[in-house]
Structures are given as structure tokens and as C-alpha cells.
Ligand binder design. Structure first.
Ligand SMILES: *[C@@H]1O[C@H](CO)[C@@H](O)[C@H](O)[C@H]1NC(C)=O
Ligand SMILES: *[C@@H]1O[C@H](CO)[C@@H](O)[C@H](O)[C@H]1NC(C)=O
Ligand SMILES: *[C@@H]1O[C@H](CO)[C@@H](O)[C@H](O)[C@H]1NC(C)=O
Ligand SMILES: *[C@@H]1O[C@H](CO)[C@@H](O)[C@H](O)[C@H]1NC(C)=O
Length: 527
């Protein structure tokens, strides 16, 4: 007996450790679950108040017993009541029943369930809610689960289920289908007959194929998460029928066959979209933002988007996050960008595109801006002085452009945590910025032709690492007084202002491991 107990304890410990690992890797998901948990718990209390008077329907009881055995019931974190007495009458943990003894809910989330789902579960003819997220259930997801006509919520997120989804799903009451973070493969069902379905999440599986146009037959769909699979384009224009859709997530799909999908013009009918996060797109961004007027988050990254930033984007009155990074967008940053909401707008990232021209100097109106990322473009001209009025600004990434001139004194009152402006053509720093620079935790000024001497607080600033014009990449080997070079590394040892050759070692571009640097005037790379 003692031996068995010890084994159980070890199993439990292992489960807890494993859960910790899962938790830390998916905190966001977990928070969502915690909320859902509370809701479920409250529902529980309600139901148990009216604890059923009649004994449980025999077929439900059989199914529960088989379920218990096939998912390691004795090792569950909580299993109070199970297998003793009647499920409904003795209130087995996680079970909810009707007064007539039909089991309508099984909620056993993060409860250490392991093993397989028995097909017998699908014989529970009145089951409405099956919530088993964050367990270790493995094996094939029995297709028969999709025959339980009474199902309203099926939530099997974060298990190890494999197999395919059925090609047809007809569940008249189903509102929420969550199968995220499993190992399900195969295609999306090609036919849906689920008039009440509001939420579908199959993210983080191995599903393949293009999206079936039949998804458009879900009139109440609000939430669709297809991220982290192997789906491919093109996107069906028919999705335009999903006029209730609020969230569409299609990120990191690894499908490589086929061309990157474009956003069909017909999608302008998705007037309730709030959250659109789709990467790997191609073509131009369609000018449809006047119809997507409720948009709060627009994230289109890692694709081949071309064309300019559509003007209609500036009319998004509720936009909070704008990310169009790692694409091939051309043109300038239109000054209408400053007409975005002064209260909601917090984050703009247009990095790694082909944007050119001067930045508009109108950022003062974006009071709540916290992050501005325009790095790796071809912007030129001065740094916008108006940014100094964005008092919530936390990070400013403008690296690898062609900005010239000075860091403006208007930035004096900013309390930046991060400033990256390396790889530009900046040459001076206005007076009065000492305080500003001391507050910055992550600061990169290198690869700019700073006219030295810079103020001492900067020239000795090993956090920011400003480089003198003499160490500027173009002329570092020719005009430097003391230039060290070898076949692997070469850098200037001109003095404290020069990154290449100060005791900070060479810049990243010399490909020298920090542990190999030889510091000081004899600086070299010890390979
Ligand atoms: C079902 O999905 C909707 C839409 O995403 C969501 O608001 C709701 O909280 C979900 N309900 C349950 C019970 O999970
Ligand atoms: C945004 O601005 C409004 C008004 O200026 C302010 O009340 C609100 O707290 C700000 N929000 C954030 C996140 O700073
Ligand atoms: C950047 O702009 C300059 C003109 O301002 C142009 O000569 C150069 O080719 C552009 N570079 C890229 C990578 O687009
Ligand atoms: C700055 O660095 C120079 C050269 O290393 C040194 O002589 C000087 O004392 C330093 N100044 C301050 C204020 O640390």
C-alpha cells in the first residue's frame, strides 16, 4: 500500500512539474483558462445547489466509469466522489447533472488526466459541456465525439490528441470548439452545419490544406484562430459572409506549397473585425479600412506585402496596435498617421520594409504612444522633434535608416527604456539630454558618424556605445589613426568614443565572439 502511495505521489509530482513547464510556456493561454475556470466553477456551484434527486442515467454512469479508468482517474489531482455511489446524487467532482439524472457537463481541466478518451463518451446523449483542457490526454480524438448532438462547448485545448477532424461537423447547439495545442492533422472539415458556433480554435496543431470556403457558413462566428499550423492560401473570398467575425488569427502557418495569400477585396464586409493578425501575406494591402472601422489590432508581418500604406488606415478610430513589419511596403509614412486615436493608439511597428522619405513631425497628437518601431527602412531627414511630446513613449526603434542631424533636445523629458538608433547618419546630440540618456536601460548609438568629441556623459557611456565619425563603417580602415585589423576582425582603436576598439570590443559585424576579444589599444580577435 505504502509502495503504491509513493508511486502515486511521484506520478503527481511529475505531473505538477510538467504542468509548470507548460504553464510558463503558455501563460497567456493559461490566463484565459483561469477566467474560464472561474466561470465554470460558479456554474458548478449553481448546479450542485439543485443537486439531482434522480439517480444517473445508467448509460451516462457507464460512460463516466469507463472515462475514469481510461484517463488514469486514480491519479487525477481531484477526483472526489468518483466511483463511489451515484455520479449525480453523490456529486462526483467535475460533473453536473439535470434533476432527472442526465449528465450535462464534465469539467476536469488541468487535473492530471492522462490516457485516452473512450469512444463510449459519445454515448452521453445529453452532454453539453466537455472541458478537459490542459491535461495529458493522448491518442486519437474519437470522431464519434462529433456525434453528441447536445454539445455546446467542446474544449480539449492543451492535450496530446492526434488524428483528424471529421470532414463534416453538424452540431446544432455547439458554440465553442477549442482544440488548440494538440497534434491534430489533416484538413479542416469541408462542411460545417453549426448555426450557433461562435468560436473555433485549432491553433498549434499540424493541420494542412487551404481554408475551406464552407467556413463562411458559420453565421455567428466571432473568433477564429488558425495560427501555428501548416495551412496554406489562398483565402476564400466567401469568408466575407462572416459578418460577426471579430478575431481572425492566422499566424506562423508553415504551409510552403502555393503562393502567399492575399486579402480578398470582398472581405471589406467584415465590419466587426477588431483583431486581425495574419502573417505571410502578399499583394497590396487593400484599401478597406474604412469598413473595418472597429479594428483594434492590425498585425500583418513576415510576408511580401507591397504597395503603400493605405490612407484609409488613418481613419481607424479604435486602433491600438499597428504592426506591418517584415514586408515590402514602399512609399512614405503618411502624416495622417498622427490622426489615429490619441487615446487608444499605443504601438506602431513598420520595421523592415522599404519605406522612404522624411517622417511627418506630428507625433505629439499620439499622447498614449508607448512603442514606435520604424527600424530597417530607408527613412531620411531629421528625427521628429514632436516625439518629445509622447510622454508615455517607452521604446523607440529607428535603427538602420538614413536619419541625419541631431537627437533633438525635445526628447529631454522622455523616459525611454529603449533607444535604438544605430546604423543611421546622425552626427550631433542637442544640449540638455544628459538626464534622458542616463535613464535609458537599452541604448544603441553605434554606426553613426557622431562628431566627436561628444559630451563626456556619452563618450564614456558604455551602454550607448556611440561611434565617432572616424569609426564610421565607410572609412574605418582608412581614416582611423590606430586601426587594428586581421583577417577575421578589424576595428578602430581611436579612443573612448569608438566602438570598434574600445574595451567594448568590435561591433557585431566583425563576427568575433565576445569571449575572444583582446581588449585595449592592442585590440584583436583571438581566434
Ligand atoms: C465561447 O466563445 C466566445 C467567442 O470567442 C467567448 O466570448 C466565450 O467566452 C466562449 N464561451 C465559453 C463557454 O468558452
Ligand atoms: C490614454 O490617454 C487618456 C487621456 O489622455 C488617459 O486617460 C489614459 O489613461 C491613457 N491610457 C494609457 C494606456 O496611457
Ligand atoms: C534609399 O534611398 C536613397 C535615396 O534617398 C536611395 O538612393 C537608395 O537606393 C535607397 N535604398 C534602398 C535600399 O531602398
Ligand atoms: C572618460 O574616459 C576617459 C578615457 O578613458 C577618462 O580619461 C575620463 O576620466 C573618463 N571620464 C569620466 C567622467 O568618467
Amino acid at each position: 500500500m505504502a509502495f503504491i502511495m509513493e508511486k502515486l505521489n511521484i506520478a503527481m509530482l511529475l505531473i505538477l512539474v510538467y504542468q509548470q513547464i507548460l504553464l510558463s510556456s503558455s501563460k497567456e493561454l493559461y490566463q484565459g483558462h483561469q477566467e474560464r475556470d472561474e466561470a465554470a466553477e460558479n456554474k458548478h456551484k449553481e448546479l450542485f445547489k439543485g443537486s439531482s434527486s434522480k439517480p444517473t442515467t445508467p448509460s451516462d454512469k457507464d460512460a463516466l466509469e469507463e472515462f475514469y479508468h481510461s484517463t488514469a482517474g486514480p491519479a487525477w489531482l481531484q477526483n472526489a466522489g468518483w466511483l463511489s455511489g451515484d455520479p449525480c446524487q453523490s456529486m462526483w467532482y467535475g460533473i453536473r447533472c439535470t434533476p432527472s439524472g442526465d449528465v450535462v457537463e464534465i469539467t476536469l481541466s488541468h487535473n492530471g488526466l492522462a490516457g485516452q478518451l473512450p469512444p463510449k463518451l459519445s454515448e452521453m446523449k445529453n452532454l453539453q459541456i466537455l472541458r478537459l483542457y490542459d491535461n495529458y490526454i493522448s491518442g486519437i480524438l474519437p470522431i464519434s465525439m462529433f456525434t453528441i448532438q447536445s454539445l455546446i462547448v467542446l474544449d480539449l485545448d492543451q492535450n496530446q490528441l492526434s488524428g483528424n477532424l471529421p470532414s463534416v461537423i453538424s452540431l446544432p447547439y455547439l458554440t465553442n470548439l477549442s482544440l488548440a495545442s494538440n497534434q491534430i492533422d489533416g484538413f479542416m472539415p469541408y462542411s460545417w452545419n453549426c448555426p450557433n458556433l461562435q468560436s473555433v480554435s485549432v491553433s498549434s496543431n499540424n493541420m494542412i490544406g487551404p481554408l475551406p470556403s464552407s467556413l463562411s457558413k458559420l453565421p455567428k462566428l466571432k473568433y477564429l484562430d488558425l495560427s501555428d499550423n501548416i495551412f496554406t492560401g489562398p483565402f476564400p473570398p466567401e469568408i466575407s459572409a462572416l459578418t460577426s467575425l471579430e478575431t481572425l488569427l492566422f499566424q506562423r502557418n508553415r504551409g510552403s506549397s502555393g503562393v502567399a495569400p492575399t486579402i480578398p477585396e470582398s472581405w471589406h464586409t467584415l465590419v466587426n473585425l477588431k483583431n486581425f493578425q495574419v502573417d505571410g501575406l502578399s499583394g497590396d494591402l487593400p484599401d478597406i479600412f474604412d469598413s473595418w472601422s472597429k479594428l483594434e489590432v492590425l498585425k500583418v508581418t513576415f510576408g511580401q506585402l507591397t504597395g503603400e500604406i493605405p490612407m484609409s488606415l488613418c481613419n481607424l478610430k479604435s486602433l491600438q496596435t499597428l504592426v506591418i513589419s517584415n514586408n515590402m511596403i514602399t512609399g512614405t509614412l503618411p502624416s495622417c498617421i498622427c490622426k489615429l486615436s490619441s487615446t487608444t493608439m499605443t504601438s506602431i511597428d513598420l520595421s523592415s520594409n522599404h519605406l522612404t522619405g522624411h517622417l511627418p513631425d506630428c507625433f505629439g497628437s499620439l499622447h498614449n504612444l508607448t512603442d514606435l518601431t520604424l527600424a530597417s527602412n530607408n527613412f531620411s531627414g531629421n528625427l521628429p522633434a514632436s516625439l518629445g511630446a509622447c510622454s508615455h513613449l517607452n521604446s523607440l526603434y529607428l535603427a538602420y535608416n538614413r536619419f541625419t542631424g541631431s537627437i533633438p533636445y525635445t526628447y529631454a523629458k522622455l523616459e525611454l527604456k529603449t533607444l535604438e538608433i544605430q546604423g543611421n547618419k546622425l552626427s550631433t546630440v542637442d544640449d540638455g539630454l544628459e538626464q534622458f540618456f542616463t535613464g535609458i536601460s537599452f541604448c544603441s548609438l553605434y554606426d553613426n558618424p557622431w562628431s566627436c568629441p561628444l559630451p563626456t556623459y556619452l563618450s564614456n557611456n558604455t551602454n550607448c556605445n556611440p561611434t565617432c565619425s572616424k569609426c564610421n563603417s565607410l572609412d574605418k580602415h582608412t581614416s582611423c589613426k590606430a586601426c587594428v585589423s586581421s583577417s577575421e576582425c578589424g576595428w578602430c582603436t581611436e579612443g573612448p568614443n569608438c566602438l570598434e576598439g574600445t574595451n567594448q570590443g568590435p561591433t557585431y559585424e566583425y563576427n568575433c565572439e565576445p569571449s575572444n576579444w583582446i581588449y585595449g589599444i592592442e585590440a584583436a580577435c583571438n581566434k
